[in-house]
Design a protein around this ligand. Structure first.
Ligand SMILES: Cc1ncc(COP(=O)(O)O)c(C=O)c1O
Length: 398
């Protein structure tokens, strides 16, 4: 029998994808499942972007491109950083990859040596720990909860730093909590990173889905010194409903970008040429669709949070961005339905899927077992129906 590499021994399949798959399977079998598990906007890719892709095919942009992306897209990314974040990057400081996930993977491979520690605030996006581990790194978790709005304080970060700390991952707005760091909070974290010589990885993929009054903050904007010590990761997947097109981008120190590009050159080569031209249109074309989607998400967010907090025993903070809510369900642990005792977030998510036909993601997938993640990337009608079903099912637990 073939033996699988040791590297794979603790690499799990993404648990969020597993739950979504189970919900899809039940739906296919005729169950009327309300999906609160989605990790992508429920909007179609805007027409102007689709048309740009069709044009790219017709104009023959169907061959290899430079490994790190076409200059037109790099320039569009540079303009985005200048316009949105006041950041100046050159083409050598930008890399286009096959989705935001690929950008982070390349970065971990290019940055980490075996034993290097990476500080990761909990709850975290599911893929950070496996990607760090695959590169030989060691995730160091900093737990956060409602008392700090699910954000890591500069003090907690400082306490987690050791002689082996190489990097810290900041994800704002966050998946799964929707929490967003303020400028002051980012300044304080950046100060500790500079003082301790820790590299900053800033995942800003939900930047455009932010409901605060001012634009979302990028830690790289704190100062020139911080920018030089930071890799900003972003992409078109969430902002432009382009999850299937697979375009992400990274901006940071050019030696690191060059190393990430070398990895890309020996693995995927360039991201799809057609998708790159579509992403140029996404970044440079009209932005109304983004604003519209963000406004709609803001309304749904309020509806979801109010509905969740109206369920006895459940509590949920108001997120500031992305399209997720992270609800505390620990009050239901120890309660039962017939023979079934709810013991943890997987038990609760399974109960909701089977008894209420509502799909949610167990918090343990994000390193937090007292919560569940509910996405509002679905219609308002579904939010209403799903909340009603949850209320009934949770109320039936004794
Ligand atoms: C926090 C975070 N970062 C990065 C990504 C990667 O996005 P993609 O690879 O689809 O561009 C996701 C997608 O779910 C995410 O939630």
């Amino acid at each position: 029998m073939v033996s699988i590499s040791r590297r794979m021994s603790d690499l799990e399949e993404s648990p969020t994808l597993a739950v979504t798959a189970k919900a899809k399977e039940l739906k296919k079998r005729g169950y009327d499942i309300i999906g609160f598990a989605a990790g992508e906007p429920d909007y179609d890719t805007p027409d102007n972007i689709k048309k740009a892709a069709i044009r790219a095919i017709e104009e023959g942009h169907t061959k290899y491109t430079p490994v790190g992306g076409i200059v037109e897209l790099k320039d569009a990314v540079i303009e985005k950083f200048k316009g949105d974040n006041g950041l100046d990057y050159s083409r050598e400081e930008v890399l286009i990859s096959c989705g935001g996930k690929h950008s982070i993977f390349n970065l971990c491979q290019a940055l980490l040596d075996p034993g290097d520690e990476v500080v990761i605030p909990v709850p975290y996006w599911v893929s950070y720990p496996p990607m760090v581990r695959l590169a030989g790194g060691v995730p160091v978790f900093v737990h956060t909860d409602e008392t700090t709005g699910f954000k890591m304080s500069a003090e907690a970060f400082r306490d987690a730093v050791t002689g082996r700390t190489k990097a810290v991952i900041i994800n704002t707005p966050s998946n799964p909590t929707g929490a967003a760091y303020s400028k002051g909070e980012l300044e304080a974290i950046a100060a500790v990173a500079l003082e301790k010589g820790v590299f900053i990885i800033s995942d800003e993929i939900y930047e455009k889905l932010y409901y605060g009054d001012e634009p979302a903050n990028s830690i790289a904007s704190v100062s020139r010194e911080v920018k030089e010590n930071t890799m900003v990761l972003n992409g078109v997947s969430k902002a432009y409903s382009m999850t299937g097109w697979r375009i992400g981008y990274a901006a940071g120190p050019k030696e690191l970008i060059k190393a990430m590009m070398r990895i890309q050159s020996q693995s995927t080569s360039n991201p799809a040429s057609i998708s790159q031209w579509a992403a140029v249109e996404a970044l440079r074309g009209p932005q109304d669709a983004v604003a519209e989607m963000a406004a709609e998400f803001k309304e749904r967010c309020r509806m979801m949070v109010e509905g969740l907090n109206a369920i006895e025993g459940l509590s949920c903070l108001m997120p500031q961005g992305a399209f997720y809510t992270f609800a505390n369900v620990s009050a239901f642990y120890g309660r039962s339905f017939g023979d079934r005792v709810i013991e943890d977030s997987v038990g609760l998510a399974t109960y909701l899927l089977e008894e209420a036909e509502v799909a949610v993601v167990p918090g343990i997938a994000f390193g937090n077992d007292s919560h569940i993640r509910l996405s509002y990337a679905c219609s308002k009608e579904d939010i209403g129906v799903g909340l009603d079903r949850m209320k009934k099912a949770l109320g039936a637990l004794a």
